[in-house]
Ligand binder design. Structure first.
Ligand code: NAP
Ligand code: GLV
Length: 306
């Protein structure tokens, strides 16, 4: 079996060593133009030339959960696209989102500023029921985030494409219920895939529907958020703040106003990292299953785009 590998985000060797150890007897080599035809591919953001040459692949394994970069490419119809299915990401995402929600709810930024100024301050405790959290996207990551938020007794709303029932969560589905979902939420967490339907969904109209003093946490993709609309709503006071992990252009350009905005916290696309050991184990076991003709989880629906 031949597997080709395309990865530009860091050192390739530890990945190659890990895959070779997990799949002994396979030929696992980095892709270069003109490389021999492979059976499977493991990739992150390959160029179109990759698929123009590798037209016979049975499956391409994406080294992340989001396949938006792949969906922009022309991939042969018979090649299955498989996304990372948790692989240690959901617990990271739950940590990150709970941290951001609690930081805002408990006004920890303000306390820290006071502490730095040597001031022993008092703030009236906020009421948890005044902080309903709305999670957009109830998939692998959204479900774990919702469960974690519930442990802190926040009222939780969730919005997905198809209706879902989760204990203790107020569920909304489809475009017809989007406005009600937003109006029921004060903190908004975006955890949807970036598709033509979700592009620019965090826009002025939709964010205006959040309860006054709203807070936005975008951990999905920068293309969900209309940057100027967020800034306008923060500056008008309708929104109180935002925590942003993903951006239209990454790295976020140094002149971008998000860096300096007093109510925006920026992190460098780090909320849920691809973990090497977990990812290698998951992809290797899926390749083994596929080679035996067995079905695997995480196959992307090309028509829906995720
Ligand atoms: P997933 O399992 O595919 O779940 C996607 C969820 O979004 C599903 O609940 C789906 O609804 C919902 N959805 C899709 N299109 C929708 C629409 N048009 N309207 C309403 N709901 C819609 O994805 P995941 O593994 O949870 O990951 C979500 C995203 O997080 C990824 O695509 C990626 O962009 C991002 N991500 C970011 C990081 C980071 O470090 N910042 C790390 C990993 C992933 P249904 O349930 O009805 O299908
Ligand atoms: C990271 O952003 C991912 O999609 O896994």
């Amino acid at each position: 079996m031949k597997i080709t590998f395309y990865w530009t985000d860091g050192r390739t060797e530890p990945w190659l060593d890990g895959f070779r150890a997990a799949l002994p007897g396979t030929e696992f080599t980095p892709w270069v133009p003109g490389a021999p035809a492979a059976d499977y591919a493991v990739v992150w953001s390959p160029p179109q030339a990759f698929f123009d040459e590798q037209t016979q692949l049975k499956a391409v394994f994406n080294m992340g959960a989001g396949v938006d970069a792949l969906m922009k490419l022309n991939i042969p119809a018979l090649t299955q696209v498989v996304r990372l299915d948790d692989a240690g990401m959901s617990v990271q995402m739950a940590e990150y989102v709970c941290h951001a929600v609690i930081r805002h709810f408990r006004e920890l930024d303000a306390y820290e500023a006071d502490t730095r100024a040597g001031k022993w301050s008092y703030r009236k405790p906020r009421v948890r029921t005044d902080f309903p959290v709305g999670v957009m996207g109830l998939g692998v990551l959204g479900t774990r985030v919702v469960q974690a938020l519930k442990r802190f007794d926040f009222p939780v709303n969730a919005w997905s494409r198809s209706p879902k029932a989760l204990d203790g969560v107020r569920g909304f589905a489809g475009t017809e219920q989007l406005d009600d979902f937003l109006a029921a939420s004060k903190v908004l967490v975006c955890l949807m895939p970036l598709t033509p339907e979700t592009q620019d969904i965090l826009n002025h109209r939709n964010l205006s529907l959040l309860q006054p003093g709203g807070y936005v946490i975008n951990v999905a993709r920068g293309g969900h958020l209309v940057d100027d609309d967020l800034i306008a709503l923060l500056d008008s006071g309708h929104l109180a703040g935002a925590t942003l992990d993903v951006f239209r252009q990454e790295p976020l350009p140094s002149a971008h106003p998000f860096w300096q905005h007093p109510n925006i916290t920026v992190t460098p696309h780090t909320s849920a990292r691809t973990l090497r050991e977990e990812s290698i184990a998951q992809i290797a076991s899926k390749i083994t299953a596929m080679a035996q003709g067995l079905p695997v989880a995480g196959v992307v629906g090309r028509a829906r785009g995720y």
